[in-house]
Design a binder for this molecule. Structure first.
Ligand code: DAH
Length: 366
C-alpha cells in the first residue's frame, strides 16, 4: 500500500470512530488545518518535477477530498444524534394533567371594601385615607372627645409610649373618624369622601378582634340636612344588600362628633329559616338590626378644622366592614376572618376576576 493509501485508510478509520463533534474537529485540524498532515503533503507538490506532479497531484487531491467528505458526513451524523438526544430529554407529554395552579382568593373584607367603593363612587364620593398610627388630637380631641370624656376610656386604646414632636400622644387609631379631620383640614369643601381602613381596640371575643375594619363617610357642603343623610344611607344599603325593600329605622343616639346623632337599623325578615336583610322590621317574623352610626357633623368639629359652621354643614357615618361582610355573606365568627386559614378562604373568598360593578351587580357570585 502506498503512503497515500495508508494515510487515507488511517484517516477514514479515525473519522468514523470520532464520537463527538469536538473530537471530529480535532481530527479535521490535524489533517486539513494549516499545519495538518495532508496540508503538509499538498505543499510538497510545489517541489516536484512535472512528471512526478502528474502522478502525485491527483492522488493527493483525491486524498484531501475523500478526507474532507468523510468529515462532513460524520459531522452531519453526530449533529443529528445530538439533536435527537436533546429532543428526547426535553420531551413534553402534552397528555399529562396541567400543573396545580396557585389558588388565591379575595378576602371578604377586601371584597366588601371594593363593593363599597364602587357604590359610593357612583354617588360622587372619593376614597380618602389616613394613617393607622394617629395622634390623639385627630383621633379624639378634634372630634369633640376631650381628655376627660368617658368615650376615651370606652375605646380601649392602644397608646404608644412616646409622644410626637408637638407633644401629642400617639396611638393606633380606634376608628376611621380621624380621617374626617384629616380631610377637612387639608381640602376645601364641598367634601364627599369615604374612608375604609384598619382600626384597633384592645378587645377580643367571638365578635371583637383587636384589629378590625371600618368605613367612614363624610359630606360637607352648604345646606346639608338629615334628609340627605337618610337618602344616602338608604341608597347605599339597598345597593349593598342588592334589595329594593331594605327599610331603614333611624334612632336618636349620641356620638360626641355628631349632633344630632342617629343609629341606623335595617329591617330583616326570615327566609327559609335564615335572617336576611330586607323587609320591614316590624313585620310578623321580622326584626331590626343595627348597622351604622351617623349624624350631622357637630359644629365644634367643623370649627376645630377651621371651617365656619354657619357656612358649612354636613353629615358623617361610620360602620364596621367586617360586620357588613358577615351580614351579607353569612359568616358568624369574626375571629376566623384573621386566622389565615386556607380552607376558610377557599370557602368564603372571592374570585379575583369577579370585580364588583354596579351594572353586573356589586355582590360576588358565591
Ligand atoms: N366612630 C364611631 C365608632 O367607632 C362610628 C361613627 C359613628 C362614625 C357616628 C361616624 C358617626 O362618622 O357619625 O363607633
Amino acid at each position: 500500500m502506498s503512503d497515500t493509501e495508508q494515510l487515507k485508510s488511517e484517516a477514514l478509520g479515525a473519522i468514523e470512530g470520532a464520537d463527538s463533534l469536538d473530537a471530529l474537529e480535532g481530527l479535521r485540524v490535524g489533517y486539513l488545518g494549516k499545519q495538518g498532515s495532508i496540508s503538509a503533503l499538498m505543499k510538497t507538490l510545489g517541489q516536484m518535477s512535472p512528471e512526478e506532479k502528474k502522478v502525485q497531484g491527483p492522488l493527493l487531491n483525491g486524498l484531501r477530498n475523500d478526507v474532507a467528505e468523510a468529515i462532513a458526513t460524520r459531522k452531519a451524523k453526530l449533529e443529528t444524534a445530538a439533536l435527537n438526544a436533546q429532543l428526547a430529554s426535553e420531551r413534553m407529554d402534552m397528555s399529562l394533567p396541567g400543573p396545580e395552579t396557585a389558588k388565591g382568593s379575595v378576602h371578604p373584607v377586601s371584597q366588601v371594601m371594593e363593593e363599597l367603593a364602587e357604590i359610593f363612587a357612583d354617588m360622587g364620593f372619593a376614597v380618602a385615607e389616613g394613617p393607622e398610627i394617629e395622634d390623639d388630637w385627630r383621633n379624639f380631641t378634634a372630634l369633640n372627645i376631650p381628655e376627660t370624656h368617658p368615650a376615651r376610656a370606652m375605646h380601649d386604646t392602644f397608646y404608644f409610649p412616646d409622644k410626637d414632636d408637638s407633644g401629642r400622644a400617639m396611638l393606633l387609631r380606634t376608628h376611621t373618624s380621624p380621617v374626617q379631620i384629616r380631610t377637612m383640614t387639608s381640602e376645601e369643601p364641598p367634601i364627599r369622601i369615604i374612608a375604609p381602613g384598619r382600626v384597633y381596640r384592645s378587645d377580643s371575643d367571638a365578635t371583637h378582634t383587636p384589629m378590625f375594619h371600618q368605613i367612614e363617610g363624610l359630606v360637607i357642603d352648604r345646606d346639608i340636612h338629615l334628609g340627605h343623610l337618610k337618602w344616602t344611607l338608604e341608597t347605599f344599603l339597598r345597593a349593598f344588600f342588592e334589595r329594593d325593600d331594605v327599610v331603614l329605622r333611624l334612632r336618636p343616639s349620641y356620638f360626641p362628633f355628631t349632633e344630632p346623632s342617629v343609629e341606623v337599623d335595617v329591617g330583616y325578615s326570615i327566609e327559609k329559616g335564615k335572617r336576611v336583610i330586607g323587609g320591614h322590621g316590624d313585620d310578623a317574623d321580622g326584626g331590626w338590626m343595627e348597622v351604622l352610626g351617623s349624624g350631622m357633623v357637630n359644629r365644634r368639629v367643623i370649627e376645630n378644622c377651621d371651617l365656619d359652621p354657619d357656612v358649612w354643614q354636613g353629615f358623617a357615618f361610620g360602620t364596621g366592614v367586617d360586620r357588613l361582610a358577615m351580614l351579607k355573606y353569612g359568616m358568624d365568627d369574626l375571629r376566623a376572618f384573621f386566622d389565615g386559614d386556607a380552607r376558610w378562604l377557599g370557602h368564603y373568598g372571592f374570585d379575583a376576576q369577579d370585580v364588583p360593578t354596579l351594572s353586573a351587580g356589586v355582590g360576588a357570585r358565591i
